[in-house]
Design a protein around this ligand. Structure first.
Ligand code: SF4
Length: 308
């Protein structure tokens, strides 16, 4: 969330626009009834939601969701890790784009200290969370951090995943030259610590996996720009104000919260979700080059609004 856009004068969502916990649970129930088994809590920053542990508890106990994961910037992880574990959270992804304090501070826009995030990661590991570390690699911004990050997380038991910089939203100043292709990232690391490919852990896994030949763990490469995976994409996204999006690059979502607030019961909510999902034709990443060549008329939602 670039501070020049989302600064003190920015009109953030007012409380009544944000789903309450009972609304969140009711909407999630519709997805679970329709067969969703995996839920990832993203943001913005999900640890800012005060009743998050209660929601996670409801997902695990009331709704019986098999796999509840969370993606966080890690800033509040040290404080909240134990409560998340107690609530039943299964897995964590933490964003770490750089270890160098100056680079990390520039990227988070606030000069925040990455050491605090690393302490949160260590504590989360001690609490028993399986962890993945996400790094969005940008040429000219954090390319100097690729090898230090690989070195730091090798042997720590957490998978470090590099994600190609994407043109999500309208405020991240994306340009093709800033994308470091996954193959280049792999070769950079493999030149120092040889790698070998391993198969996906599950169907539809977005990261290509490689393990270090010396047995010190694995990395993942998410080539969302150079080798899109729209064909296997099965993610629905629900924003904090209850809009259902079927693609990370969508311009607008379907207002499922309005449907609930208008008095819809479980069957109507399920029908709503089923209709939206069945009508889905998204394949933005497959079509990126053509769309951009045509001037890409669509205004896209921001990553901070829709999650990753
Ligand atoms: S561009 Fe849209 S449809 Fe394609 S992988 Fe990304 S979210 Fe899925």
């Amino acid at each position: 969330m670039p501070k020049e856009v989302f600064g003190p004068g920015y009109a953030f969502l007012a409380d009544p626009q944000v789903m309450t916990l009972p609304e969140l649970i009711a909407l999630t129930r519709a997805f679970v009834t329709l067969g969703v088994e995996k839920i990832r809590l993203t943001g913005g920053e999900p640890l800012l939601r005060a009743d998050l542990p209660e929601y996670i508890r409801a997902l695990k106990t009331e709704l019986g969701v098999k796999d509840v994961a969370l993606t966080t910037n890690g800033w509040l992880l040290e404080k909240l890790g134990p409560a998340l574990r107690q609530a039943g959270l299964d897995r964590l992804n933490v964003s770490v784009d750089a270890l160098d304090p100056a680079v990390a501070g520039r990227m988070n826009g606030q000069g925040f200290d990455v050491q605090r995030v690393l302490r949160g990661i260590d504590q989360a590991a001690q609490l028993g969370f399986p962890l993945k570390i996400n790094c969005v690699a940008q040429r000219g911004v954090n390319d100097s951090e690729i090898l230090p990050l690989a070195e730091y997380f090798r042997g720590r038991g957490h998978t470090l995943r590099f994600i190609e910089f994407m043109d999500v939203g309208n405020t991240n100043h994306w340009e093709p030259r800033a994308v470091i292709p996954a193959a280049e990232l792999r070769d950079t690391i493999a030149a120092v610590w040889p790698l070998e490919p391993i198969g996906p852990a599950y169907r539809g896994e977005v990261a290509a996996r490689y393990r270090y030949r010396d047995g010190r763990g694995e990395i993942g490469l998410i080539s969302s720009v150079t080798a899109p995976f729209c064909r296997d994409c099965n993610r629905a996204r629900l924003s904090a104000d209850g809009k259902l999006f079927t693609c990370l690059f969508a311009g607008a979502g379907e207002d499922v919260l309005a449907c609930l607030r208008a008095g819809a019961g479980p069957a109507e909510l399920e029908a709503f979700v089923r209709r939206v999902w069945a009508g889905r034709t998204d394949r933005y990443s497959d079509e990126r080059a053509e769309l951009r060549a045509a001037g890409e008329p669509r205004a896209k939602v921001e990553m901070s609004y829709i999650g990753g």
